[in-house]
Design a protein around this ligand. Sequence first.
Ligand code: DAH
Length: 366
Amino acid sequence: MTELTSNKQATLDQIEAATSLDTLEEQRVAALGKKGWVSLALKTLGQMNPDERKEAAPAIQAVRAEVAGAIDAKKVQLESAALEAQLANETIDLTLPGPDLPQGSIHPVSQVMDELAEIFADLGFAVATGPEIEDDWHNFTALNMDESHPARAMHDTFYFPDAAADGGKMLLRTHTSPVQIRSMKEQGAPIRIIAPGRVYRSDSDATHTPMFHQVEGLVIDRDIHLGHLKWTLETFFKAFFEREDITLRLRPSYFPFTEPSVEFDVGYANEGDRRVVGGHGDDEGHDWMELGGSGMVNRRVLEFAGVDPDEYQGFAFGLGIDRIAMLKYGMNDLRAFFDGDPRWLSHYGFSPYDQPTLSAGVGARS
Ligand code: DAH
């Protein structure tokens, strides 16, 4: 018994003195481990007679509990001390200036797409998307351009060598109009969407790049007419350019997927080497920039998309995003949009904090 008591006292003293979790673990193994002195003491019980055992067993168990309790308590103490030390070690001085890292910026095209979504959301439009690798049927046929249609030739299409599952050709979409078809097939009517995205044509000069951006708009409901289209475009451009003196010119035109069809231009003035919207095309230094096409959706298109043209009608428009970005932010060469030059981006790009909101201005520049 005395040996047990003195062993216990020595162990408790060592536990108390332990300064690390490692030494504490050594104490635990030495006492409570398989070959520890407490375990060995418990084994001696087997050789005792019942009376001795009755007396010794509770004493040994009590010692075991006391040692285990001391180890647990010390462990908690050491662990919280270790955490305190780590926290003290890892403090960061938040008042120090940040390192001088290169800063990214939001590309004007992305910014303008966010602005579009913000303005049209306020008018009740949802944002729809479709694939850039499209099939011939969605890109042309369902838009009332069958294989022999001459308008197909105007699209300078990039075709893929392999055919689609249905035997039709696969291509890079030449406009965002196929999203009209996909959205109507998915949701039916009524519908009110915009579809911004990349489009591709085999064409390249100062005002044309093989990849560019369009936004498609589509409104289908009962009793929609051309007046709704005109109001929507005007309201959009006023919100987008953040000025009331926008002049919009609608010209009769032709698209296979609309009837009647209308092209729309916006008046701008040359100020130095910058184009600024506002004014008419008639005066000195003023001109019109063609921004897109639109019209009342052709009955045939509604039929292709599974919408009943006797019940529903609507308008659609397609608009060049890069062009309205150039007009709004004063860039004059489209090709620079896609050069990936960080100097151009740091000049024309936007801070991620410039989130377009209707309350703060859709094109706020910090
Ligand atoms: N998809 C046409 C193009 O890229 C633009 C367009 C014209 C879209 C009239 C429309 C529309 O939705 O109604 O040239």
